[in-house]
Design a protein. Structure first.
Lengths: 291, 302
């Protein structure tokens, strides 16, 4: 009788402990979610506060009852935010497109064609992955300056169109495609190029989409190279643009307008993320680096 | 016939590879060699492209430059604080995520959001949250005041206040990657081990230390190494918080020093920039090797 009661109590206390641990877990998770999301909330909130309201709040308010869109109007009229966005879009689209061309052909050669020195060349390629960007950027800066390509799109784009890692990723993917398909196509007299476009690319579409998204994110956020290579505002990308806005835009004090610009810059990637979050997270865990 | 086919295939292959080889050669291989040459050319003048001699002067200049020493100090502090802290917190959160079912995907998605944001843009939000101005102490200071503390100027104030913001923002930025890697490592641990532990009545903590940690330790190790490398290259998040004049803010990093030497207010010295960049990579390489050695030893003793 006494024993039974003990078991009951033990079980109950174990259950309570489990619940407590569970509750604590949720508290921790919610707490981190708040830390992650709060800056986004704050930037949206600040961007809809009017200039006067923001500056009169010695104690910042956590909400606003009279949201305004004026800051967004200012962001597009007082500073060339529209131009920054157009520049970044051009830069992102061209870089990504050129890179896809370069890596598809290179991966095809490594995965499908036979030639002397293939293995050595591939090992050489892989070893290039270890070269950090910071080491080569100095000479690239000098090269691009000497070629008179500062403040131009070729100067911005060309250094980042080849990516060893993506060649590697795509090559692995291409190699999964059974050889028999290739030989069947050869018997039918299909050319290599046609085989690449009609068979390999469609089959590897998931990988290509992942690569594209990762490159778009990288381009949209790139800061260091564009900063080195452009000092003409007409060629600024969003990262430099926002830095310029911070230092010389609106006048230092117009923080709501600055936040409106920040929101405009962040929205495209957040939308991309909401649509493709599964693909993005998959791609990053496969071989992203940032951290 | 056979030989001819192979040869034509060979030529074609090189044609397919040509763009990649061209771009990698011009923008990756040549610069890698060139940066070492630059670093040894003394008194290089970028306008006339001449130099007086070859030697170690550039390295000696950089090593005696107080701005470089400040940058090295800042970078080391940043690395030592953020790498263990972010890995630890990421582990805690990932274990939490792994133990729940409802809302797990939602949390995972939310936690990954900072990965896709523009470091410069969101850094500005952190700046206004922490900044103390004439008309407002800012939100963080409001919180500090609620708990009875005194307001601190985190952006233009004392060194450690600035370092705190920088570490906080760095951790915020690197966390998505770490949580993602650790949650996928945790979910790939075979459930069998946990069931066995349950049958034996092993406590949760012991299960974690004896089963979970050893199983995911390769991934933790991977995160520590990439974390070290990433934190040593810190730059854009620092610019986001403190502006481009980092030397004045005493917040420069080694990478920031390289870029300042190359271009900017004090720029135009590719030789000094090269020497500093090579020093940075000597440091990173050394630390990575030490990590590998430590890891190797532990494996043997275990």
């Amino acid at each position: 009788m006494e024993n039974e009661m003990d078991y009951g109590r033990l079980e109950r206390s174990a259950r309570i402990r489990k619940k407590a641990v569970n509750a604590l877990t949720y508290v921790l998770l919610v707490f981190w979610a708040v830390i992650v999301l709060f800056p986004f909330y704050w930037m949206i909130l600040t961007s809809v506060k009017s200039y006067g309201a923001y500056n009169s709040e010695y104690v910042p308010k956590f909400f606003t009852l009279s949201p305004t869109m004026q800051n967004y109007v200012d962001a597009f009229t007082a500073v060339p935010l529209g131009r920054y966005l157009v520049n970044t879009t051009i830069f992102t689209v061209l870089t990504t497109a050129l890179m896809l061309g370069v890596i598809i052909f290179a991966a095809f050669a490594f995965a499908r064609l036979e030639f002397r020195g293939k293995n050595i060349l591939f090992v050489l390629f892989l070893s290039l992955m270890m070269i950090p960007n910071e080491l080569v950027i100095i000479t690239n800066f000098v090269t691009v300056t000497n070629l008179n390509m500062r403040n131009s799109f070729p100067g911005l784009i060309l250094p980042s169109v080849a990516s060893v890692f993506y060649i590697y990723l795509l090559k692995e993917n291409f190699e999964q495609i059974p050889d028999s398909l290739y030989y069947a196509a050869k018997v039918d007299g299909t050319s290599d190029l046609k085989y690449l476009f009609k068979v390999m690319i469609p089959i590897s579409k998931p990988t290509l989409i992942t690569v594209t998204i990762l490159k778009v994110i990288e381009c949209w956020n790139s800061y260091v190279w564009p900063r080195l290579i452009t000092d003409d505002e007409n060629y600024f990308l969003v990262s430099n643009g926002i830095q310029e806005i911070r230092e010389n835009g609106f006048g230092r004090e117009n923080i709501p307008a600055m936040m409106a610009a920040v929101v405009v810059i962040s929205v495209p990637l957040v939308i991309l993320f909401l649509i493709f979050h599964k693909k993005i997270m998959e791609g990053v865990s496969k071989g992203g680096t940032k951290g | 016939m056979m030989k001819k086919k192979l040869q034509s295939g060979g030529l074609k292959a090189w044609l397919y590879l040509l763009p990649a080889i061209l771009f990698l050669g011009v923008f990756l291989v040549y610069p890698l060699i060139d940066v070492f040459i630059y670093s040894f050319e003394e008194g290089y003048n970028s306008a006339s492209q001449t130099y007086f001699g070859v030697g170690l002067y550039n390295y000696s200049y950089v090593l005696h430059d107080p701005y470089f020493l400040q940058a090295v100090k800042n970078t080391f502090i940043l690395v030592i604080i953020t790498v263990p802290l972010s890995t630890g917190i990421a582990l805690l959160i990932s274990v939490g995520l792994n133990s729940i079912k409802p809302l797990r995907n939602l949390f995972q998605t939310v936690y990954f959001l900072p990965y896709v944001t523009n470091t410069l843009a969101v850094g500005l939000v952190f700046m206004i949250l922490f900044k103390k101005t004439a008309y407002s102490d800012g939100l963080i200071n409001l919180l500090i005041n609620w708990f009875g503390g005194k307001s601190v100027d985190f952006i233009d104030g004392p060194y450690w206040a600035k370092m705190f913001v920088l570490c906080f923002y760095t951790i915020w930025v690197v966390m998505p990657f770490k949580i993602l890697i650790l949650t996928s490592a945790l979910s790939s641990v075979d459930q069998m081990y946990y069931n066995a532990a349950k049958v034996d009545g092993t406590s949760r903590f012991r299960t974690f230390v004896r089963i979970t940690l050893p199983m995911i330790s390769p991934m933790i190790f991977y995160l520590v190494i990439t974390g070290f490398i990433g934190a040593f290259k810190a730059y854009s998040d620092v610019v986001a918080l403190f502006g481009t004049n980092l030397n004045a803010a005493e917040m420069n990093t080694i990478v920031g020093y390289v870029y300042d030497m190359l271009y900017g207010d004090s720029g135009g010295y590719p030789s000094y920039a090269s020497a500093a960049a090579i020093l940075l990579f000597a440091i990173v390489l050394t630390i990575t090797c030490i990590n590998l050695l430590v890891r190797g030893k532990r494996r043997i003793t275990l």
